[in-house]
Ligand binder design. Sequence first.
Ligand SMILES: Cc1cc2nc3c(=O)[nH]c(=O)nc-3n(C[C@H](O)[C@H](O)[C@H](O)COP(=O)(O)O)c2cc1C
Ligand SMILES: [Fe+2]
Ligand SMILES: [Fe+2]
Length: 404
Amino acid sequence: MGPQEIKPGIYWVGVVDWNLRNFHGYSQTYQGTTYNAYLVLDEKITLFDTVAWKYREEFMCQIAQVVEPEKIDQIVVHHVEPDHAGSLPYVVDRTRPRTIYASKMGEKFLRGRFSCQNWPLETVANGQQISLGKRSAQFAETRMLHWPDSMVSFIPEEKLLISQDAFGQNIASSERFDDWISWPELKREMAHYFANIILPYSDRVPKALEAIQSLGWDIQMIAPDHGLILQSHVADAVAAYQEFAAQKPEKKAVVFYDTMWQSTEKMAEALASGLTAQGVSVKLYHLKSWHHSDVMAQVWNAAAVVAGSPTHNNNVMPLVADMLTYMQGLRPKNKLGLAFGSYGWSGESPDIISRWLEQIGVEQPLDPFGVKHVPGHDTYRELVRTAESLAGHIEDKVRQARTG
Ligand SMILES: Cc1cc2nc3c(=O)[nH]c(=O)nc-3n(C[C@H](O)[C@H](O)[C@H](O)COP(=O)(O)O)c2cc1C
Ligand SMILES: [Fe+2]
Ligand SMILES: [Fe+2]
């Protein structure tokens, strides 16, 4: 994909990573991604972000189609993660900019990752403005959204927010704007990104949005560093971020498990059946078929997490530990939970899961459910009743969240 003018004199010069399936080593993407960078032609030619090292040469070609790279005067580094700053040493070497702007933490991170010898680094503070010539750029620090160095830029003359990872989505496409896919599809990809990257910092999202509001930015276009640029769905995207960050529980349960000989799977199905009978929407995930990032993409707005494992060598099975470890790091809020699993003799797994859920802050109104060997008819019915009881608690939780 060649460069594309997104506003008069402002170009998308990113690259499309069509074939990426694993994003940053922990999140699955089924539609690849893009590394977006933006070039503003003004009295001072300014580049906002770069791309992953792997694409450094393609990136220089993108720039060269718009302007001779040596003419770049300044580079703004919003975030030092390698997908956006990886090719920076290569770009600095070839463009020799007069100034490289980053937040205070950004500067520290740049010095930590690169040698930065003779780089004209300059730190910018929250709310600071720099001149591009006819236009200007104002910065807002968005600490821990999702790194300590993260910041965003606003070009008031164009009403353009360059939002970095915020509002990003893993979508590779020849189109650059949000109007070629449906809003539900775009929102789903935005939620997948949020749930796997920004979720632990949910509390900071409303504060960051307020801080941006207090700067008086009239945002008409949001250009993130991954995926599509928002112009038709700016307000929808801001509302979606507020919704993701609130993690308001819906009448939905995510059931995940692993199994050796299908007893735990039968338990999962019995629980799912009891929940469904009570009108709870269920997502049922055998962890050998589903990636932990896809499960998290459903957990953020679920009222309940139901986790199962057979006891395996006095422990849980490895994929269940993987899922729980991953979920623990992402710190989901407002969840009810239930632990379950089949066993042969010592039967530790439901209790291990239960303790883990407790550490994650998941409230468990019911005891862990262990079944020796295979669940028979009576046990199956008992599991259905347990799920119905959990559905009652889910109902209460959803009602409280709506009224509270
Ligand atoms: C390699 C292996 C190790 C096991 N370790 C334990 C154990 O430490 N404690 C226990 O209670 N059961 C243990 N079991 C028995 C299983 O938990 C039991 O067969 C259970 O019903 C399997 O559930 P599943 O059908 O969901 O795989 C083990 C089974 C296997 C194959
Ligand atoms: Fe990032
Ligand atoms: Fe990124």
